[in-house]
Design a protein around this ligand. Structure first.
Ligand code: AMP
Length: 502
């Protein structure tokens, strides 16, 4: 058994003996074998190594999703460098911030962005900029330069604590921070998920998520690759195409919005989903209404789990056993999850408090930001997730929201989720977001932002709510919008709503 903790060496060790079998298949049915994966990552790793980069050099990836984008990630691990994936939606000012902060040695971008991005990167001291095209990958300079290089490569030796990747947080409360994840963080979580989700080499993952976020890059790919199982790779989520490929897959992972979109497909029923053994949801709250509607249409009980950039997955409902709607399940093996009061005292079961976690999956700190790192941990080494939640008697966790979304009105705490659940159950309301807005008397007042499918009388909604909850929790203001602002992972951007309605 090798003592190399490099995640790629674990993938190598777990690759099937039949290296000519498919590891990944594109939407058009083009197969990439395990041999292809090993050879292509070797070539790219040789190219990176030939640049004489310092140990721990950062490789920024700002490319569209493609099998080659995944190969670039794996090659970076293999060569012992640090992978920094960035959303291609980021424009010049955002990229300036990330490049200044990450100080990469290499930037890989789409050919269409080469002009402005290369100029910016060189100006900020980055020495190498390559291109990678998602449609014609061989036309980009990365693969052109890598193609003649050898197809084998001795994977660099890494310790479990060596940093494998920096993931920038979504930055809704200020500047985005780079969460440093080590090889050990990533592999421990992937192993815990293999067990929790009973992953088999025969599983086929229908992969529709983006590759710049932990959900699509780590949580889905690692568990599949470490199990020697296959992925069907879609460039992006498309409900119609996903549904058509369900019958070739055994596991589907998505954000709640994907399930809402699937439910809009008239063809969604038991038949096209019969080969699927797990539908997994996470990255944003799943409405219980979606959970029940999906169960009714397909016969499948969605498995909801909870994670974040700094930790990967923390809790999951079980693959065998009760999946409780509205909860994200129990802590994964090896992790301790606790709920504490504002002053750090343990909360009883059923009582809402701050969610804190400790375990081998918890990140090494924020890149070049020791102050924020220190603030993120308790004296006894728990990471403060910034989420609020409660544990039930069976240790299933329910997330109530981000602590920064907590509303304090006239000295009372109001958990937006409690009001959102009540609003969502009222006739005509499709979904809601409850936020705090400044109020001269109360400090903050409750404001409800609603999406409705028919005209509703908001005064009447307020009257109904008054019969259901204490007066201080009833919204002082209600507004109706066409849709809630969401980021690419389906999270409602309450910061935008607060700015708009304050
Ligand atoms: P990110 O770091 O972008 O993955 O965002 C992590 C945050 O997403 C968590 O701190 C939670 O606030 C939220 N989140 C993730 N999974 C869930 C879930 N199943 N239910 C509710 N919120 C979730």
């Amino acid at each position: 058994m090798s003592d190399n903790a490099n995640l790629f060496s674990l993938i190598e060790a777990n690759s099937p003996h039949q290296r000519d079998s498919a590891c990944l298949i594109t939407q058009q049915g083009v197969p990439y074998s395990w041999n292809d994966l090993h050879q292509a990552t070797a070539k790219i790793a040789h190219l990176l190594t030939s640049l004489n980069l310092p140990k721990g050099a950062r490789i920024v990836s700002h490319v569209e999703k493609s099998p080659e984008a995944l190969l670039l990630y794996l090659a970076t691990l293999r060569a012992g460098f640090i992978f920094v994936p960035l959303n291609t939606a980021y424009q010049s000012a955002e990229m300036r911030y990330f490049i200044e902060d990450a100080q990469p040695s290499v930037v890989v971008c789409s050919p269409k962005n080469f002009g402005w991005l290369a100029q910016l990167a060189f100006q900020l001291g980055c020495e190498h900029v390559f291109t990678l095209d998602d449609i014609l990958p061989n036309q980009g300079s990365l693969l052109q330069r890598a193609a003649p290089l050898p197809g084998d490569y001795p994977t660099v030796h890494s310790s479990a604590d060596d940093i494998a990747s920096i993931i920038y947080t979504s930055g809704t409360t200020g500047k985005s921070k780079g969460a440093m994840l080590s090889h050990g963080n990533l592999s421990s979580n992937a192993h815990a998920l293999q067990t929790a989700w009973q992953w088999q080499s025969s599983d086929v993952l229908l992969h529709c998520l983006p590759l710049f976020h932990v959900h699509g890059l780590f949580i889905s790919c690692h568990v599949a690759l470490l199990s020697g199982s296959r992925m069907i790779f879609l460039p992006k989520f498309d409900a119609h195409k996903a549904l058509a490929l369900m019958n070739q897959s055994t596991v589907f992972m998505g954000v709640p919005t994907y399930y809402v979109r699937l439910l809009e497909q008239p063809g969604l029923s038991q038949a096209p989903c019969r080969t699927i053994r797990l539908f997994i949801s996470g990255s944003a709250p799943l409405l219980t209404e979606t959970f029940h509607a999906f169960q009714q249409r397909t016969g499948h009980t969605l498995l909801e789990r909870y994670g974040m950039s700094e930790t990967n997955i923390i809790c999951s409902n079980p693959s065998q056993g009760e999946r409780k709607a509205g909860t994200v399940g129990r802590a994964l093996a090896g992790q301790q999850v606790r709920i504490v009061t504002d002053d750090g005292q343990p909360c009883d079961s059923g009582v809402v408090g701050h969610i804190e976690v400790k375990g081998p999956n918890v990140f090494k700190g924020y890149w070049r930001n020791p102050e924020k790192t220190a603030l993120a941990f308790t004296a006894d080494g728990y990471f403060k997730t910034g989420d609020l939640g409660k544990l039930d008697g069976d240790h299933y966790l329910t997330i109530v929201g981000r602590s920064k979304d907590l509303i304090i009105s006239g000295g009372y705490n109001i958990y937006p989720k409690e009001i959102e659940l009540l609003l969502d159950a009222l006739p005509g309301v499709v979904e809601s977001a409850v936020i705090g807005i400044p109020h001269t008397d109360f400090g903050e007042a409750v404001c409800a932002v609603l999406v409705c499918d028919r005209p509703v009388d908001t005064d009447q909604l307020i009257v109904t709510l008054k019969t259901q909850v204490a007066n201080f929790k009833v919204p002082k203001k209600m507004v109706i919008v066409d849709e809630l602002p969401r980021n690419s992972m389906g999270k409602v951007q309450k910061n935008l709503l607060r700015t708009r309605f304050s």
